[in-house]
Design a protein around this ligand. Sequence first.
Ligand SMILES: Nc1ncnc2c1ncn2[C@@H]1O[C@H](COP(=O)(O)OP(=O)(O)OP(=O)(O)O)[C@@H](O)[C@H]1O
Length: 393
Amino acid sequence: MLLEMNVKLRRGHFDLSTQLSVGDISVGLFGQSGAGKSTLLGLIAGTIQPQSGHIALDGKILFDSRKGIVMPREQRPIGAVLQIDCADATETVRDNLTAAYYRTLKQRRLFKPDHLINLLELGTNLDQPIERLSVGERQRVALARSLLKSPKLLLLDETFAAIGHGYRSQLLPILKRLQDEFGLPVLYASQSLGEILELTDQLIVLEHGQVLRSGSLREVAKQQGILRYLGIRQIDNILPVSIRSHDYQAGCSMGDSFGLPLALPLRPQFAIGSQSQVSIRANDIALSRAYIDGISIQNQLKGRICAIIPSGESLIVQVDCGGTLLVEITPGACQSMALREGDVVYCLIKTHAIVYLAELDTLPYQRIVSHGDGYYYLNNAGVDTNSVLEYRY
Ligand SMILES: Nc1ncnc2c1ncn2[C@@H]1O[C@H](COP(=O)(O)OP(=O)(O)OP(=O)(O)O)[C@@H](O)[C@H]1O
């Protein structure tokens, strides 16, 4: 799948001038309120027409102002769950979904209506007209309808927020599977970087209708000042973990990350062998020169210091433990330990300093971050720009 677009649109006082391409990987469309995310999705879906430019999907023209081509939205091989649902609201849920299913060519069908009705818990709403549904229910119907279309690209506009957080943990694995198994990438628009990063670390950052930057969060973060725009305050580590066992007596779930064993907060609901992502604040990790016996801290990860980077009043110590960990310490601690690049150290991490990314929303603030070896901590509820910490590669 390759979506290419280069369009211009003026709507009231708002100018959108956007050039982008989206390939086979799911991408997060990040931008603050009014940046133009919904407008951009509407242009791709065909609910809004640009004044000039072109949009093509896999070489097929969806819009071309010079050639006078406008493909109607029903014919675009795109599934869209937009904030304004274009469905006929007087139609029942059943009729709406059945019509979407039968409009899709037999050989292209990926899902059966019953499967999605069960998955999205629409069984009790089947005979109701869409106009009598709640906002979240309508969004679930729109998602089912979009998937029944077996699209080449799925557009979601802040869908997790609209659909209700209870469905997020069910939907996320489905969206990931769509990409992995069916090659269906998602373009997910959100003001919440955390929401996006649960799905993908590929970003398009939009501001005033223009693409400010695109790429992985790590690449995006290289642009000076962008972390402030993203609302990044402190450095955090994000680690992929595989759940290995649950030790009820010890009160821990055991996992491993980069081949290193980790004692995690106990979550018996996580299946053995399942993958998760955890975050650890850089300033929640302590360093020791030696393995310490007789200490309550359960995780002591051995690694080698790759770099010591001054960052404001702190030092960021980059430690290679198999994967990279960023540890924030004071210059005084560094001096008293006489730390140098190349030294072997142990990273000490309390089990309860480890947070599952999937549980971010239960925290009173938003923690967010990058994958790979760039790591950040975000707070969406008002960014104190004086305390913004930028890590440069
Ligand atoms: N129908 C319209 N007519 C004129 N201007 C519009 C219309 N719809 C949106 N706009 C303007 O276009 C700009 C971008 O709106 P858009 O909804 O695309 O932003 P957004 O990034 O999705 O914001 P949010 O996250 O708040 O939904 C806004 O300044 C808005 O005022």
